[in-house]
Write a protein that binds this ligand. Sequence first.
Ligand code: FAD
Length: 372
Amino acid sequence: MTTNLRIAIVGGGPGGLMLARLLQMRGVAATVFERDSHADERPQGGSLDLHAETGQRAMALAGLEAAFRAAARPEDQGDRLYDASGRLLFDRDGSGDNRPEIDRTVLRQILLDSLDPGIVRWGSKVDAIEPAAAGGYAVAVDGLPEHFDVVVGADGAWSRVRPLLTDAVPIYEGATLVEFGFDTARHPAVDALVGGGKMFAVGDNRMLIAQRNGHGHIRGYAGLRLDEAEARRWMEMAPQAVRARLRDAFVGWAPALTDLIDSGDFIGVRPLHALPVGLSWPTRPGVTLLGDAAHLMSPFSGEGVNLALADAADLAEALVSPAEWEAVAACEATMIARAVPAAEGAAAGLEVTLSSDGVNAVLDHYRERVAA
Ligand SMILES: Cc1cc2nc3c(=O)[nH]c(=O)nc-3n(C[C@H](O)[C@H](O)[C@H](O)COP(=O)(O)OP(=O)(O)OC[C@H]3O[C@@H](n4cnc5c(N)ncnc54)[C@H](O)[C@@H]3O)c2cc1C
């Protein structure tokens, strides 16, 4: 392929921005369409740990390893597990692990700072992508089409690009997280509960999670099984109504734990969805996917962002390859295969954690990790 190809990347999340960065390093100025109106429009979510062979490798290829190391928090890799009575069953300081945490907002900003001005078009929600008569695709924002030779769907769970390649849609996984935020200065008890990383409290088909973020913030999640219609209702409810439902669901749990529900700043209701594990599609010249758009899974594997960054690294290589779409086809096969163990792990992790014996399953998992 040539460097004067016009490439549209739909979605300015970690995967899309990493692809834009790596293409820019190869002399290709892609256009990133991002629906957010600016980088701080909405909370980007909590802390992410980057793994050596995927996320960290991509950051190094992008020349951003030093920026990542400067912003990352290796001290926040610890794990704690409580049961519903508040008994601490497992407490591990993971500071020796090589999976440093970084806030999602900070990661996004590092990637944004590495791009030339004008690459990201903010406030640009792509509403249609149509094959063009002369080849390539018309990408429309607010009904105004623009021609591109290549379109990459990096637009996450509800991708507008994916339907060009497959009819598959994300399936609700029967579980929902309610997200809360805490400042450690205002919430010393939550601060103490979390320790140096993240804590899980697991009981009969319910869980509470709290994870340390940078700058004195903690993200918390209450997770439980809800049917899809009920999860949709919760998304429409006022925060105090959601909080009341959670209080009912977590009745009998230790007050030190349910304090997460009572005192956190409400952020949102997040039903968990996943694409079918191993989803593939026939390669179609001119359009491809990466990250969650290709292999959405629940967060239980902790691999989603790492896979998105690794996909971007492979795809950047393929898109500038002289072998054209053969290279992209090989890249798609690699990305699909790479995501399978993570997606299987995420589905199994959700299933065993939100079960009647979830706490023992999580304890076994932590012990196995320490022994490995
Ligand atoms: C609660 C939670 C916790 C998680 N924790 C972890 C973790 O610890 N570790 C980990 O590896 N992963 C984690 N993940 C998963 C991780 O967040 C995703 O896998 C990762 O963000 C995927 O990156 P992406 O670039 O593919 O998509 P996204 O991050 O979803 O980015 C997609 C971008 O596309 C934009 N967009 C969408 N539609 C359009 C459109 N039509 N036009 C223009 N722009 C559009 C969106 O605004 C967004 O900026 C977690 C996910 C959740 C929900």
